[in-house]
Design a protein around this ligand. Structure first.
Ligand code: FES
Length: 108
């Protein structure tokens, strides 16, 4: 059974534009998503649920509020930490990394 996980609409990002299918990289793996959709939407469609691990307890976090308020979805995007992927548009060639604490480097 196949389940479609792609987010097609958003209560805050009214009518985000879904452009052409483009390639991007997630933790070194090639993936595809639509240009202009939130990075988080492309990741959800690919089945990725964990975006970061907390600093102290190293607990996994993913999309929670989906409107740019909580920071649970932050990731390292093109070398920049703390990017809110639920409100950041996907572009071709982006390098998206799981965030461990404040960086893309797992410390243990
Ligand atoms: S899910 Fe809350 S800021 Fe992105």
């Amino acid at each position: 059974m196949s389940v479609e996980l792609r987010i097609e609409s958003h209560p805050i990002l009214d009518g985000f534009n879904k452009g052409e299918l483009v390639e991007f990289e997630f933790d070194g793996r090639k993936m595809t998503g639509y240009d202009g959709e939130p990075i988080a939407a492309a990741l959800k469609a690919a089945g990725v649920m964990v975006h970061r691990y907390t600093v102290k307890r190293k607990e996994p976090r993913g999309v929670s509020c989906a409107i740019g308020r909580c920071t649970d979805c932050v990731m390292v995007v093109d070398g920049t930490s703390n990017v809110r992927t639920c409100i950041t548009a996907l572009k071709a060639g982006m390098k998206v990394r799981t965030q461990y604490g404040f960086t893309e480097v797992r410390d243990s």
